[in-house]
Each structure stands twice: as structure tokens, then as C-alpha cells.
Design a protein around this ligand. Structure first.
Ligand code: PLP
Length: 350
């Protein structure tokens, strides 16, 4: 009996997945109803007339190496957004189970829950302690219906890292009760190790990483779920066949070579330095109430007159994000840009 019994949906645990055409590249393919010729101008390595490898092995190996984890713990998806959706669908029965989130946080966790018909349990982060995790409240609210707990660290839109000891204490307490999903989309900007190294001890921790932020590949739509092989096997039954396009496979393999990784590292360092400069520049402005500390590539900024300021920045040809909501009544989120862009934002808000 799998340790996922009682956590994941029983019907998904029992599901017989779709059988895609076998992947045996040494043979000529007359088994998948493809066209034998490439489209005119198709200069991909494999040819877009062919379905891509269903679970692209070399890509998974490259991402496993990037994140320093065994390939058996990796599922490649179309961005972390897809993994959030897959987890919610595989773990939550509509009308019965629930997802726990800690707002203010990334919006896709609640959207995925609503689409699936799962209930939403919300335990706000503690703004008084820099948007820290309220461990005790999470545990109190984590009843038998809660199958997934989503934490985001560094958190979007607040920018803070969650305390690792607090997350691990929560993991300990949630053993056998729920899957603890830690979204580390912005971890590279925090210069801290991933919680994925604790999956040996806590197989119910799942970690989300993405190429969309520090690696500058948001348009490639490529995210990595790092989890126990049983979780990977379960979600592999739910993910669309051929989810990762041939274009993405080839682009990502080409763009994750050592030379590009070295450039990404330098750019992350630049963003971290610019984050500090932008924060200091904003903090001096009379229209700014507060700039929250950030471990990500954006800043949460509270403004005296957010409507007027949003308009001013837009007039300067730049979009920043209105993140006003209960508890953040006057807040905007500014992605750290190039030094020139950051100066323009400061100038527009002055
Ligand atoms: C916390 C967080 N997780 C996930 C995502 C989505 O990542 P992806 O582009 O890999 O789908 C975002 C995007 O803004 C995010 O802020």
C-alpha cells in the first residue's frame, strides 16, 4: 500500500494512464499518425512533424543536475503553474478536500483550488513579523480535509523567505496528513539552499522550481517539480501526454549550457545589487510609506497614493503591479529591472 493512500485521490492512485505511442527512436515511426515530412522551414533537431519524447529524459537529467537532485525526483512541466494545477487535481477531490494557503501569496494556488472544486483554507502570514509563517495557526486549521499546504518562499508578493526551521517543524507535524508544497520560484535571488534536500527525511515535501525567473526563460514555459518518486509517478499519470513541446526541449537544453548558467549567475548578482539600490532609492521618496525587505527579484512597496503613483509610472511607459488587497491596502509590487529602468521608476515616483 502506498504512503500516498489517504493523501492523494484514490481514483487517481488507481487510474490507468493514457498509453502514448512507444518512444523508440531507433525505429522509423509509423505508429503515431504523424506526417513523414517536416514543415517547410522547420529547423528543429528532431522535427516538429514528430510528437516529442513523452517524458523528455535528457531535459529531466539536465534539470536534476541544475537543482542537485536525483532524476527520479523530477517532473518537468509547463512552468510551475502546471505543477500547481497537477498537484491540486491529483490530491483534492472536488467538494470534499481542501487546500491551505497563507495569504498574501501567489494567486495560482487559490485559482487551481477553485477550478478543481476544492475548498480553500486561508491562514494569513503574520505581517507584524515581516509576513512570517503562523505555524500554530496552520496546524490548527489543517483538518482532515486539507490535502495540500502551499507555502511560497521567497513569497510573492511580500518578498520574504519563510523561516526554514518553522517550515521543517510544520513538515514534521504534517507527516501522514498533507503534502507540503514549497514554491521556490525566486530562491536563486535569496542565496539560500533549497528545501528539496529534506525530501529524504520528509517525503511529503514537494518543491517547485522554475526557469521563468533567475534563468530568464519565462517564455519557454518550463518548471520542475522535485518530489518523492511516488508523487512524481502519480502526477505523471495526470500530466498531458507530450506536455513539453519539442521547441521547449531543444531551447532549454541549448540555453542551460555552462556558459549560459554563468551568465545567469552574474545577472542574478546584478539583480540583487539593483534590488538594494532600488529599495534605498524608493525609501527616500516622500510618497513611499515603506519598502519591505526582499529576497526575490521584486519589491513590495507601500505608497501614500497608490492610484496616482501607478498612473505616473504608466505615463513613464512602465508597468508595475497593483497588489492591493486586504492587509495590503496601499501596496504595489515592482520587479527589479535594469539600472536604467530602476532609475526611471524612481524618477516617475519622485
Ligand atoms: C511564486 C510563484 N510561483 C510560480 C510562478 C509561475 O511560474 P512559472 O512561470 O514557472 O509557471 C510565479 C510567477 O510569477 C510565482 O510568482
Amino acid at each position: 500500500m502506498s504512503w500516498l493512500n489517504g493523501l492523494a485521490r484514490p481514483d487517481i492512485l488507481a487510474l490507468k494512464p493514457y498509453e502514448h505511442a512507444t518512444w523508440e527512436p531507433i525505429y522509423e515511426r509509423m505508429h503515431a499518425n504523424e506526417l513523414p515530412w517536416r514543415a517547410l522551414g522547420d529547423d528543429t533537431l528532431a522535427g516538429l512533424n514528430r510528437y516529442p519524447e513523452p517524458f523528455p529524459r535528457v531535459l529531466a537529467e539536465r534539470l536534476a543536475a541544475l537543482y542537485g537532485v536525483p532524476v527520479e525526483r523530477v517532473l518537468v512541466g509547463r512552468g510551475s503553474d502546471e505543477h500547481i494545477d497537477l498537484l491540486t487535481r491529483a490530491f483534492c477531490r472536488a467538494g470534499q478536500d481542501a487546500v491551505l494557503i497563507c495569504p498574501p501569496t501567489f494567486g495560482m494556488y487559490s485559482v487551481a483550488a477553485r477550478i478543481q472544486g476544492a475548498d480553500l483554507v486561508t491562514v494569513p502570514l503574520d505581517a507584524g513579523r515581516g509576513f512570517a509563517l503562523d505555524e500554530r495557526a496552520v496546524l490548527e486549521r489543517c483538518d482532515a480535509r486539507v490535502k495540500l499546504v502551499f507555502l511560497c518562499s521567497p513569497n510573492n508578493p511580500t518578498g520574504n523567505l519563510l523561516d526554514e526551521d518553522a517550515v521543517l517543524r510544520l513538515a514534521e507535524a504534517l507527516t501522514g496528513r498533507a503534502l507540503l508544497v514549497v514554491d521556490e520560484a525566486y530562491l536563486e535571488f535569496a542565496e539560500k539552499p533549497s528545501l528539496a534536500r529534506h525530501i529524504d527525511r520528509f517525503p511529503h515535501i514537494a518543491v517547485l522550481r522554475t526557469l521563468s525567473k533567475a534563468h530568464g526563460l519565462a517564455g519557454a514555459r518550463c518548471g520542475t517539480l522535485i518530489a518523492h518518486p511516488d508523487v512524481i509517478a502519480l502526477l505523471s499519470k495526470v500530466i498531458q501526454p507530450y506536455a513539453i513541446t519539442q521547441l521547449t526541449i531543444e531551447a532549454v537544453l541549448r540555453l542551460l549550457e555552462p556558459a549560459q548558467l554563468a551568465v545567469s549567475e552574474r545577472r542574478v548578482a546584478t539583480i540583487i545589487a539593483e534590488r538594494a539600490r532600488l529599495a534605498a532609492g524608493l525609501a527616500e521618496l516622500p510618497g513611499v510609506i515603506r519598502v519591505w525587505p526582499s529576497a526575490a527579484n521584486f519589491l513590495l512597496v507601500e505608497l501614500h497614493e497608490p492610484d496616482r503613483m501607478l498612473e505616473r509610472v504608466r505615463d513613464a511607459g512602465i508597468l508595475i503591479r497593483d497588489v492591493r488587497r486586504p492587509g495590503l491596502e496601499r501596496a504595489v509590487r515592482i520587479s527589479v529591472g535594469t539600472p536604467e529602468q530602476n532609475d526611471r521608476v524612481i524618477g516617475a515616483l519622485r
